[in-house]
Design a protein around this ligand. Structure first.
Ligand code: B12
Length: 319
């Protein structure tokens, strides 16, 4: 299942999830060792520029196919009259990651919470409007980017006023830590879906204080690896730049011996997010449709050096 998820085979992942259930495997095992473990390999390879955004999106679809099969089991409630609390969930502004949020929603439903999921890319205004209508006990915010996690504080500060301050604020997502939660004044942080549920139960007074699990920080790719092979004098490298509309997002430089892929500095991702937001291109497919590789170019030097130089030039051209 890990391998099929990595290869983005949604149909197979769905079928394997069904088969694993039929074999009597637990939902927890399928979720953690089948789906989440597969996605963490995808995440590692994404980090090291082995996979690119379009491929990751295809893997994400495969993960969702498995989650769809598990959903009725994860969100099955015991006694429907015993409602545990009301949870409003959303991914914050500028952020399109929703797999983790969806998982948290399913498991919270399974624990008896009434859940309203307002989706991805949500501003404080959207959280406020949903609060008026839904009257949550807890607002859960998800963020997967270091550039969007800061928006959680905007929402927390916005809710810190009379009539709203009884609502508990919970946060989570790959770059989030307990330290960050404390720093921005959140009521709690959960490192995965089951700790999220423990946290929610605690926040509505129905469970013990959860023990915070630390998780590793997220690093942004910007280091250039040293070249392992000596080249003849005058050797050239090929260059291609991945643009989101006209904004460079990543670059790839290669020769016969190696390939180096680099992300642009995070302010480029910020700019892309802001532009996508302005144009309303926030759904996964609409966002992806704006990515395109530029023409192939050539330059003297080994890939590592050329990549660093091109990145610097691109960065200087767009302050
Ligand atoms: C899938 C994915 C994508 C998909 C998202 C598809 C989708 N529908 O969600 C696509 C391809 C669209 C994508 C795009 C991008 N991505 Co992306 N993506 C990932 C990836 C590989 C996996 C995320 C995931 O689904 N994990 C599995 C779920 C189950 O885990 P989770 O989200 O962490 O959720 C769990 C917990 O965090 C917690 N939790 C989550 N939310 C909440 C909320 C609460 C309240 C609580 C208590 C708990 C909780 O419980 C969850 C369940 O266990 C990560 C790598 C990673 N390891 O995280 C990169 C990653 C997050 N992406 C990254 C980047 C850079 C991007 C892009 C900017 C790339 C680009 N150049 O365009 C864009 C940004 C688009 C945008 N504006 O959001 C970086 C972020 C780096 C950084 N420092 O910010 C990462 C870390 C990859 C990397 N290492 O470089 N991405």
């Amino acid at each position: 299942m890990n391998q099929c998820l990595y290869e983005g085979k949604a149909k197979e992942v769905g079928e394997m999830t069904q088969a694993a259930l039929a074999e009597g495997r637990s939902v927890k095992e399928i979720l953690e060792e089948g789906l989440i473990a597969g996605m963490s390999v995808v995440g590692e390879d994404f980090k090291h520029n082995i996979l690119y955004v379009p491929e990751v999106l295809i893997c994400a679809r495969a993960m969702k196919a498995g989650m769809l099969v598990l959903k009725p089991l994860l969100s099955a409630k015991g006694d429907p009259s015993a409602q545990t609390g009301r949870l409003l969930m959303g991914t914050v502004r500028g952020d399109l990651h929703d797999i983790g949020k969806n998982l948290v929603c399913m498991m919270a439903e399974g624990a008896g919470f009434e859940v309203k999921d307002i989706g991805v890319d949500q501003s404080i205004e959207k959280f406020e409007a949903a609060t008026v209508e839904f009257k949550p006990d807890i607002i859960g915010m998800s963020a997967l980017l270091t550039t969007t996690m800061t928006y959680m504080k905007v929402v927390i500060d916005g809710f810190d006023r009379p009539g709203r301050d009884h609502i508990k604020m919970a946060i989570g997502g790959a770059p989030i830590s307990q330290m960050f939660a404390d720093e921005i004044g959140a009521d709690g942080y959960g490192s995965d879906a089951s700790s999220a549920v423990d946290l929610f139960l605690y926040l509505v007074g129905k469970g013990p204080a959860p023990v915070a699990h630390a998780r590793k920080g997220v690093t942004v790719k910007d280091a250039v690896p040293a070249s392992p092979v000596a080249r003849p004098p005058g050797a050239k490298s090929k260059i291609q730049i991945l643009y989101w509309q006209d904004i460079p997002s990543q670059l790839k430089v290669w020769d016969d011996f190696e390939e180096v892929k680099l992300d642009m500095p995070t302010r480029f991702a910020d700019r892309i997010d802001a532009q996508a937001q302005r144009l309303g291109l926030t759904a996964g497919d609409a966002y992806m449709a704006e990515l395109r590789w530029g023409d192939e170019q050539e330059r003297a030097g080994v890939p590592g050096e050329v990549a660093a130089a091109v990145r610097q030039e691109l960065a200087a051209a767009l302050p």
